[in-house]
Design a protein around this ligand. Structure first.
Ligand code: FES
Length: 180
């Protein structure tokens, strides 16, 4: 059998004295010396700049952390006169800010307590159950002490947020706490 004559491309390849290179090298030729030189210098500059940025950021955070913080003043809200709340009842009120609710409870002995109404488990609104004298969460049967806000039973891991009350001149005022 006679061998086929070489194609022009095969002839070129046979006659070209240079070492053969894969296509990707000829298609994407790169001057490695120049590339290495530039990238090394740029990399060094990048390292220097990022180290300086990191040091500046750390200093800023440290300075910001050491500044005295201003705690927002708790609002004072008048809830009503003492006689507006019969013993054994409860009243929801908007506190400490709009859209957040708290619950005022007047106990049988005439004393008051108040708590943020949001259950610390998954956020349902708790209510006062006069028959049990407890605060109850209807979502997963969480029960709280109506005087202390502590968890009695159920899934909540912590108690309710207490609202600070003030009784003055026969009036009940919310003066702090509550919220989520
Ligand atoms: S949200 Fe209150 S017990 Fe789950």
């Amino acid at each position: 059998m006679t061998p086929k004559p070489a194609t022009p491309a095969q002839k070129d390849r046979l006659e070209d004295p240079r070492p053969r290179q894969p296509h990707w090298k000829t298609d994407f030729s790169v001057d490695w010396d120049a590339t290495d030189y530039v990238s090394r210098r740029e990399f060094t500059r990048f390292l220097g700049l990022s180290s300086a940025g990191l040091a500046a950021g750390t200093t800023l955070v440290a300075v910001a952390g050491s500044l005295p913080r201003q705690t927002p003043q708790a609002p004072r809200v008048r809830l009503g006169r003492v006689e507006d709340f019969p013993p054994g009842t409860s009243q929801a009120f908007e506190y400490p800010q709009k859209g957040q609710f708290s619950l005022l409870v007047r106990h049988d002995d005439g004393t008051f307590s108040a708590f943020g109404q949001k259950c610390p488990h998954l956020g349902c609104a708790v209510y006062y159950a006069p028959h049990s004298r407890k605060l109850e969460c209807p979502c997963h049967e969480g029960f709280f002490n109506a005087r202390t806000g502590d968890v009695i039973s159920g899934p909540p891991q912590r108690g309710l947020n207490r609202v600070e009350l003030e009784l003055r001149d026969g009036e009940v005022w919310a003066v702090g706490g509550g919220g989520h």
